[in-house]
Design a protein around this ligand. Structure first.
Ligand code: ANZ
Ligand code: ZN
Length: 817
């Protein structure tokens, strides 16, 4: 018998698959299509660790299952190759980012190939290659032409470590998403002129479609909260002794009679203007202290701070004069940056009023103790007695007559900030002309190539090093021909990854980004695998897809690009902490392969370790356990084959019913588990199957029968999505000449799954005395024996002679005494 040695068979089959091109995508007419791909990886210098391998094992199992079922299957990989780490490495070492990126890609690729992933490598691409980013620039132009790309000066998140602005989605817990160590700095704010994509135009459409998605609830909730739609009103309060007025955003216009003061964010444009002379210094000081604090700090539940401006405003509902305060709990970036404070019904306002002894007037009678909920109005003049929702409408429409209120829906989501002050990204195809403004580079001049530079370090002037590349920057204006300058910011990598899934459907098209017909065939993606980017990438692609639909490029039926999001949990290190190179607790999949366990055992363990969507920790004993299982499977098949060889008469066609039952049960279970992504239970079903087959073999030995042959072949087919190499080897040993991985999925037959036992009613003289459960194939003598031994029957027989024994097979026994 051959020994199971992954070191031999894994490289052998990887090479053979490449020669036979078995994983190249086919588009057979009339077949179901399945597009199943993992999220685009960033090829970091550290390579993949076993935590990452989980994602690929899941995605590959699903792709293989569908390919084996005979579906047209597209599963792909590419490289999210632009980004900061390569540039930082360049700054440190002088190695061009293109060079280090190419090296990292080749290592990632080697890892994935050694893991036996069934990607269609003919569709591989790298987003930092001009052939790709040419079309990223084209997408920018599409956005621009549709009025969805614009430049504006706004206060932006700024990472001092990365020396660039960040999108809101890239700020995590107050820190830059790239590094969140305890000694890493909080992000700060900078006012800079930047490029934005108008995702807010699509906020409603995206939000309204979210509930319907077959995505994990947790991600849907995160997206809904991120978009943060709230319906309310804008209300104007005029400032006493001035022409100014303060506009507030409120979700509770019904509480306006309880608005006993206004609060402005320190950054509000009116802050210094309305501060009275006597208050000027203290207001100024307070503003200076506040603006350096992060939003996070300002939203923390701590003692309220603030300062009075000395000015008053008129409450438009009742004409009362109310003080205007400045406080940092009001944020500049939300609503209008000013609020009407209703201390009786809002907690933060209440704390503030208590601290500074401001008036608190109850205006809504609520059921129960929670004063912040809706109820019936009191102390609100003619509105008293109305419900909150009636009052809200009425108050807003009454104030609207004098243009002091209007309905307003507010969103937390901001437009997507896409420009970065960095070198290693796609240039933004824009030329700035003193006369014509920002002019798009004409389509025929794309791509705007990223020039090579000597020194990658930004000079700290809020622009990328590209600003210093004179002969690249200085170009004639495409409109008037006069001297103009290229845009020197580049696009954030997230722009590259908003349209890469389309590119997979037509990866090497040099005339267009992709042929819409191909993309429309494969879209929407049936399975998208990842465990990250809940409110960044996964929102951006929903936005982008809507733009492509509106532009007539993608069909309406693809408006949600991701049918099913398979969001996997993390595998933490054995110490329970996050696996990370810097903590030194990562496990390298190549080590496991090289130790001789092989990729198959690793993959089986990755799928077995826990339900795919749960976080879990690495376990050193896991891979050896999976290896032993594979070895048992290997040995079982070889013993059968050896036995068969000795048996010159060939297989007998007599049925081993127990063997068939196990085989069909396992086929049914593994098929439905793969369908429902329950990989761990599928693996245990196969382990159980192997155990049961060993037991039968131990009790009745191997018989060279079709039943055994069927069971072992089916097991090979079922195991193939999990352990592709060993199964391919065995499949060929089992006499097959084509790959197990294409068009090969066993079907179960219900007739073998019928229950093994039957219930028999036991009567004495026609009276029910017991119910017994016996195995279905049992003989008459055995049933009668079992019936007589039943406790209650023994009691009623009471040693009397049985005159007659009646047996209705499978149903009833009657003893006549
Ligand atoms: C009066 C009021 C009374 C409010 C009441 C709430 C309860 P969401 O749901 O998050 O949209 N607000 C408005 N702009 C703000 C800002 N820039 N910084 C901090 N708070 C702000 O919340 C909207 C509510 O949050 C608004 O409604 C406003 O307080 C506050 F019983 O107005 B409300
Ligand atoms: Zn950073």
């Amino acid at each position: 018998m051959k020994r199971y040695n992954p070191k031999d068979i894994e490289p052998k089959w990887q090479a053979q698959w490449a020669v036979d091109k078995i994983y190249e995508t086919v588009e057979k007419p009339g077949k179901t299509k399945i597009f199943a791909s993992p999220m685009l990886p960033y090829p970091s210098g550290a390579g993949l660790h076993t935590g990452h391998v989980r994602n690929y094992s899941i995605s590959d199992a699903v792709a293989r299952f569908n390919r084996q079922r005979g579906y047209n299957t597209l599963t792909t990989i590419g490289w999210d190759a632009f980004g900061l780490p390569a540039e930082n490495y360049a700054i440190k070492t002088g190695t061009a980012p293109a060079v280090s990126t190419a090296k990292n890609i080749s290592y990632f690729k080697e890892q994935l190939q050694k893991l036996g992933m069934s990607f269609d490598w003919s569709r591989e691409f790298d987003t930092s290659h001009p052939e790709y980013y040419r079309w990223t620039q084209w997408m920018f132009q599409l956005m621009h032409n549709r009025g969805l790309a614009y430049q504006a000066e706004k206060l932006q998140w700024w990472c001092d470590k990365c020396k660039t602005v960040l999108a809101d989605e890239q700020v995590v817990g107050g820190k830059c998403w790239r590094h969140d160590g305890s000694d890493d700095p909080l992000v700060t704010k900078k006012s800079l002129r930047q490029w934005f994509f108008k995702i807010t135009d699509y906020a409603d459409a995206i939000l309204d479609a979210t509930d319907e998605l077959a995505w994990p609830e947790k991600i849907k909730t995160m997206q809904k909260n991120w978009i943060g739609r709230s319906k309310g009103a804008l209300i104007k309060f005029s400032v006493s002794e001035s022409d100014e007025s303060v506009e507030v955003f409120t979700t509770r216009p019904d509480t306006i009679f309880g608005a006993t003061f206004l609060v402005l964010a320190p950054e509000h444009p009116l802050t210094m203007q309305i501060a009275k002379d006597s208050q000027f210094d203290s207001v100024k000081k307070y503003v200076e202290q506040s603006i350096v604090k992060s939003d996070l700090e300002r939203q923390e539940n701590k003692e309220k701070t603030g300062v009075f401006t000395g000015s008053y405003a008129i409450n438009p509902a009742n004409g009362e004069s109310i003080p205007i305060w400045i406080a940092d709990y009001v944020l500049p970036g939300y609503g209008t940056g000013a609020i009407m404070a209703v201390p009786a019904h809002d907690e933060r306002d209440n704390e503030f009023a208590e601290k500074f002894s401001l008036r608190i007037i109850e205006v809504v009678k609520v059921h129960g103790d929670d004063h912040t909920v809706e109820g019936t109005l009191i102390n609100s003049e003619k509105y008293s007695g109305l419900t909150s929702s009636e009052a809200r409408e009425k108050i807003v429409s009454d104030l609207a007559v004098s243009e002091r209120a209007e309905e307003k829906t507010n969103y937390k989501i901001r437009d997507w900030l896409i420009s970065r002050q960095r070198y290693w990204g796609s240039p933004i195809p824009v030329i700035h002309c003193p006369e014509d403004g920002a002019v798009l580079v004409s389509e025929k001049d794309l791509p705007v190539l990223l020039p090579e530079v000597e020194n990658y370090a930004p000079d700290g002037t809020n622009s990328s090093v590209l600003a210093g590349v004179e002969d690249w920057v200085n170009v004639p204006c495409p409109t008037c021909g006069k001297p103009a300058k290229r845009e020197t910011d580049t696009m954030d990598g997230y722009v590259c990854s908003t349209w890469y899934l389309h590119r997979y459907t037509d990866a090497h098209n040099s005339d267009m980004a992709f042929d819409p017909e191909k993309a429309n065939y494969w879209f929407p993606i049936d399975f998208y695998f990842g465990g990250d980017h809940a409110v960044a990438h996964l929102l951006y692609i929903r936005f982008f897809q809507r733009v492509l639909v509106d532009a007539g490029i993608m069909d309406k039926s693809t408006v949600e690009p991701i049918k099913r999001l398979v969001y996997n949990g993390y595998i933490n290190a054995e110490d329970g902490r996050k696996m990370s190179k810097s903590l030194g607790n990562t496990v390298d999949p190549m080590d496991i392969i090289n130790q001789g366990y092989g990729a198959d055992a690793l993959r089986v363990f990755e799928l077995f370790i826990a339900p795919y969507d749960q976080d879990t920790s690495w376990n050193t004993n896991g891979v050896p356990g999976a290896y032993r299982f594979l070895q048992r499977y290997w040995t079982l098949v070889y013993e059968f084959l050896d036995n068969k060889q000795g048996n010159t008469g060939g297989n007998s066609n007599s049925e081993n019913i127990e063997v068939l039952k196990i085989a069909h049960k396992t086929i049914k279970k593994v098929s439905s588990d793969l369908e429902s992504l329950s990989f761990n239970t599928a693996v245990s079903a196969m382990m159980e199957c192997v155990n049961s087959l060993y037991k039968i073999k131990a009790s009745s030995g191997f018989e060279a029968t079709d039943s055994w042959e069927f069971a072992l072949k089916s097991l090979t087919q079922l195991l193939a999505p999990f352990a592709p190499h060993i199964t391919e080897e065995i499949w060929h040993e089992q006499g097959q000449t084509t790959s197990v991985h294409v068009d090969n999925w066993p079907l179960h037959d219900e007739k073998y799954l019928i229950s093994d036992t039957v219930q028999i009613v036991v009567q004495i003289n026609g009276k029910l005395r017991a119910n017994i459960e016996v195995s279905a194939g049992i003989s008459k003598e055995e049933v009668l024996e079992a019936a007589k031994n039943e406790q209650n029957v023994v009691k009623h027989l009471n040693n009397q002679t049985i005159k007659k024994e009646v047996y209705v097979p499978g149903r009833l026994v009657n003893f006549v005494i």
